[in-house]
Design a binder for this molecule. Structure first.
Ligand code: DTR
Ligand code: ZN
Ligand code: ZN
Length: 510
């Protein structure tokens, strides 16, 4: 990934972070904070969105999880409590709040155990996995050789005695769902997928498929150990609760500003079932909430701002997809752009901006027209405050997906999840090379201790800045000028017209 320019100020700020100075001494404290020149609202919001208030929201979400079974998953009481916390704060700030209900397929792991020749093997059931028979299924361990597309097609099983076996497959290339389906078609009793990088493998098949084999994930190290145990007797017991449920998105829009040129910003509020989801995604949810509170329901803006807290992102981006698909084309046209904030306080943080112009040339390509400008808006802000950033691919793994599919320009921030931090990134940002940006991603350890509050504070300032800027003008994204400029242009046009008319005796007007 290409790096952006590192400025002197960045060096100083990062030194503070790397030496572990306390937040009070960090460069983002209100008194010394460098706020770039720009729209008044953007400047005000950056000053008002404080880590003190942001952190208070994180504490609230942790407590609401603790009081409701330890998570805030879609379709659970912890999510409802979180959604109503947000709704109450918004109403107190002068917003009218909408709850948009939608159906989704709930999934929860009830049991995931395994033994290899009698010794316990910790496994993570994949989301939407088929159940094994109650009490587990036993079969010989069969290793599927790892090629470029491991376990992705039937040919990968040539020479593998898969029938009735527990097959071992590497992560990589195709989806977990594809691997589980091929394993099922080969007659495997279950499939264990091992990671191809550091950390746990907490994956999902994405949807229920009765033809797929029951599936679980293990670490790369466990995978290597299992390869050496080919033929061992494996017993694996995977049980899940999968059922139709409903949940809801929370949506609120400023009363002021143009409602036909709306700046939309979203964060998913739901967590996975395994934990409180504080980095993923109480951070993005809190940044939006505090920005909305500081803005108030009737700010002086040219463009209306619409905030969304999506439900069931962790069940396949269900809430945001439902939302976009339920808008008419005209209603979609009313949205000037969409900003996404999912995981913005990772403990081993990277500073990523969605790669709107595809300058990194990775995977998905550029976003719709305007996405490059959105990326530049974030990049320019962070360059001004001296924080180097990198691009991150629109790989479809968060709620911007349905927006860009429908041609709505998008952008946003991300501090990294199950990816691995490089040496070069450590050189400019600090942290630990060779480790995940969030080593606790999708686990019970994604709690209040799993947030780098300096990173969270910096990213939240970026959220506030860009929302405040686009509430003022989206001209660079879609050509809609700010109201004042448009009014001035109109007056100027009228004057020019009048002068021309006066000067030209042969005009069409007379
Ligand atoms: N969708 C997130 C994690 C995630 C993975 N890659 C990206 C890229 C950009 C934003 C988020 C993510 C989750 O909720 O698990
Ligand atoms: Zn997640
Ligand atoms: Zn997330």
């Amino acid at each position: 990934m290409p790096s952006r320019k590192t400025t002197l100020r960045a060096g100083v700020a990062l030194l503070a972070a790397a030496t572990g100075l306390s937040l009070a001494a960090a460069p983002a404290s209100a008194a010394q904070q460098h706020v770039p020149d720009g729209p008044k609202l953007a400047r005000q919001l950056v000053k008002k969105v404080s880590i003190t208030n942001l952190n208070r929201h994180l504490i609230a979400f942790q407590r609401l999880a603790d009081r409701n079974g330890g998570n805030r998953a879609a379709g659970s009481p912890g999510h409802v409590a979180s959604a109503e916390y947000i709704a109450t704060k918004l109403e107190n700030a002068g917003f009218v709040v909408t709850r948009q209900e939608f159906p989704f397929v709930y999934d929860e792991t009830e049991l995931a155990t395994a033994t290899v020749d009698g010794a316990d093997l910790p496994v993570a059931r994949m989301g939407y996995s088929q159940d094994t028979p109650v009490g587990g299924v036993t079969g010989p361990l069969a290793v599927v050789p790892a090629d470029d597309t491991p376990g992705c097609e039937a040919a990968d099983y040539d020479g593998v005695a898969a029938e009735g076996a527990v097959v071992l497959v590497s992560r990589g290339s195709c989806t977990f769902g594809q691997k589980a389906l091929v394993a099922g078609e080969m007659g495997a009793a279950a499939v264990i997928i091992y990671n191809n990088g550091p950390g746990a493998l907490n994956g999902t098949l994405g949807e229920v498929d009765p033809a797929s084999a029951p599936a679980a994930g293990v670490t790369q190290e466990q995978g290597a150990a299992l390869i050496a145990q080919e033929g061992a007797s494996v017993t694996i017991d995977l049980q899940g609760l999968v059922e139709d449920r409903t949940t809801y998105n929370v949506i609120a829009e400023t009363q002021t500003g143009r409602h036909n040129n709306v700046v939309m910003a979203g964060a998913h509020l739901d967590s996975v079932g395994d934990g409180a989801g504080i980095n993923d995604n109480a951070t993005g949810s809190a940044a939006l909430l505090e920005t909305a509170i500081q803005m108030g329901g009737s700010p002086k803006v040219n463009n209306a701002v619409r905030f969304a807290w999506w439900g069931a992102e962790e069940h396949g981006l269900v809430g945001s997809t439902h939302y976009v698909q339920n808008l008419t084309f005209e209603e979609q046209l009313d949205i000037a752009l969409y900003l996404n904030f999912d995981m913005i306080g990772s403990p081993n943080a990277g500073y990523f901006i969605f790669d709107g112009d595809d300058s990194d040339g990775e995977g998905a390509g550029a976003g719709p027209y305007g996405s490059a400008q959105i990326e530049a808006a974030f990049a320019n802000y962070f360059e001004e405050v001296g924080l180097p950033t990198e691009g991150t691919d629109f790989n479809g793994r968060s709620d911007y997906g349905e927006f860009i599919l429908n041609g709505i320009p998008a952008g946003g921030l991300f501090t990294g999840g199950d990816g691995v931090k490089t040496e070069e990134q450590v050189a400019k940002w600090g942290g630990v090379a060779g480790q995940n940006y969030d080593p606790n991603y999708h686990t019970s350890r994604d709690n209040l201790g799993n947030v780098d509050r300096v990173a969270f504070d910096r990213m939240s300032d970026g959220v506030a800045w860009v929302i405040g800027s686009y509430a003022t003008s989206t001209e660079d994204v879609n050509g809609v000028p700010p109201r004042a400029a448009r009014a001035k242009t109109r007056v100027a046009d009228k004057r020019t017209m009048a002068a021309e008319v006066a000067a030209d005796p042969h005009s069409e007007l007379r």
